[in-house]
Ligand binder design. Structure first.
Ligand code: FES
Length: 314
C-alpha cells in the first residue's frame, strides 16, 4: 500500500561497501528527479511490517536522480538492516519519505569526525563542498580495520582531505587533538558510536553551538523527567481524548486509540514521528527539533507534557 506522502523508488544497484555494509541506490522507477536533499540529509525507508528506518544519504547530493544509502547489517538490530541486506534485490520497490536534516555547510573551515558507518553523511557533505570548489575541510575516519565505503573515502585521502585512523593498529586519537589548531571560526561535526560522540561533546562543550553539529544514529538513553505529569492528550481533528499517566509514552498512547505515527529511532533523534501541537506545554526531550520548530512541533516517541492538557493536530 502506498503510504501518504511517500516517494516510490526502485533499487537500481546494491554494492558490497565493505565492513558489513551494503550500499543501495534508489531511483524513481521512471527515471525522474527525486526531491532534493541537503548534503548529509537522511531519508526514512518504509519497509514491510510497518518498519520505518532512517538512513543518511552518502552520495553526491548534486545527483538529483538518486538517493544512495549505506546500511550496516546489525545482527542485534530491530530488523530493518537485516531485511535490507537479506531480502531486498535490485528491481525491488521501496517507499521513502522526503529527505530531512543535513550537515550545515556554512562559510569557514569544516572538520568532520566519523566513527565507522558514521562516515556516511560526511561523504555527502564532502561531495557538496568539492562541487562548490571548496577544499576547506578535513574528514577523520576512525575505524577498527578497513572502514566501510572505502572506495568513497580513498579519493578524499588521495587529495589530502581525509585521514583514516585504523584503531586496530594505532591508538584511537583524542578528539581534542583532532580539533586542535583549527582555523579561527571553524565548525566541527561528528557522527559515530556513543563513546566517540561523548568525547566530541566534551571537547566542544565550550564552542558556540552554531559551530558544532552532532549526527546521532543511536538514541541517547532517556531518563525520567521529574516535570512530567499525567495529562489529557486531545486529538483536535477527531475530538478523541486520552488520559496519559505521568511518564507514559505518547506514541503508545496514540497507538492505543488506533493512531499510528511512523516511528523509526524511537528515541528523538531522527525526526520521523514529528507531530504539530496546538495547545499545551510539551516536555520535548528530542535531539532533532530546533528551538523554532519546538514552538509548534513535538516528537511523540519521546515527548511528555508539563501541563494537564496537550492538544495535537491529529
Ligand atoms: S521516531 Fe525518531 S524522532 Fe521519533
Amino acid at each position: 500500500m502506498r503510504r501518504h506522502g511517500a516517494i516510490l523508488t526502485r533499487v537500481t544497484a546494491i554494492e558490497d561497501a565493505g565492513a558489513g555494509v551494503k550500499r543501495f541506490t534508489l531511483q524513481d522507477p521512471e527515471g525522474w528527479a527525486l526531491p532534493p536533499a541537503r548534503p548529509g540529509g537522511h531519508v526514512d525507508l518504509f519497509l514491510p511490517g510497518g518498519l520505518t528506518r532512517t538512513y543518511s544519504l552518502c552520495g553526491d547530493p548534486a545527483r538529483g536522480d538518486r538517493y544512495v544509502i549505506a546500511v550496516k547489517r546489525e545482527a542485534e538490530g530491530r530488523g530493518g538492516s537485516a531485511y535490507l541486506h537479506d531480502q531486498v534485490e535490485v528491481g525491488d520497490e521501496i517507499q521513502v519519505g522526503l529527505p530531512r536534516g543535513g550537515v550545515p555547510l556554512g562559510p569557514g573551515f569544516h572538520l568532520f569526525v566519523a566513527g565507522g558507518i558514521g562516515v556516511t553523511p560526511f561523504l555527502s557533505a564532502a561531495a557538496a563542498l568539492l562541487a562548490q570548489g571548496r577544499r576547506d575541510f578535513r574528514l577523520h575516519v576512525l575505524s577498527r580495520g578497513a572502514p566501510p565505503l572505502g572506495d568513497q573515502i580513498a579519493p578524499l585521502m588521495d587529495a589530502g582531505l581525509a585521514r583514516l585512523h585504523d584503531t586496530a593498529r594505532t591508538v584511537r586519537p583524542a578528539v581534542a587533538d583532532l580539533l586542535a589548531a583549527l582555523p579561527e571560526g571553524a565548525s566541527a561535526a561528528c557522527c559515530g558510536p556513543a563513546p566517540l560522540l561523548a568525547d566530541f561533546g566534551a571537547a566542544t562543550d565550550h564552542w558556540p553551538a552554531e559551530r558544532v553539529h552532532l549526527e546521532l544514529f543511536v538514541p541517547p538513553p532517556l531518563v525520567p523527567d521529574p516535570d512530567a505529569r499525567a495529562y489529557k492528550l486531545v486529538l483536535a481533528r477527531t475530538g478523541v481524548e486520552i488520559d496519559v499517566p505521568a511518564g507514559a509514552g505518547m506514541a503508545q498512547a496514540l497507538a492505543s486509540v488506533g493512531v499510528e505515527v511512523p516511528v523509526s529511532c524511537g528515541g528523538g533523534i531522527c525526526g520521523t514521528c514529528a507531530v504539530t501541537y496546538l495547545e499545551g506545554t510539551p516536555l520535548h526531550r528530542d535531539r532533532c527539533l530546533s528551538q523554532t520548530e519546538r514552538a509548534s512541533k513535538l516528537m511523540p516517541c519521546v515527548a511528555q507534557s508539563a501541563g494537564a492538557r496537550l492538544v495535537l493536530d491529529l
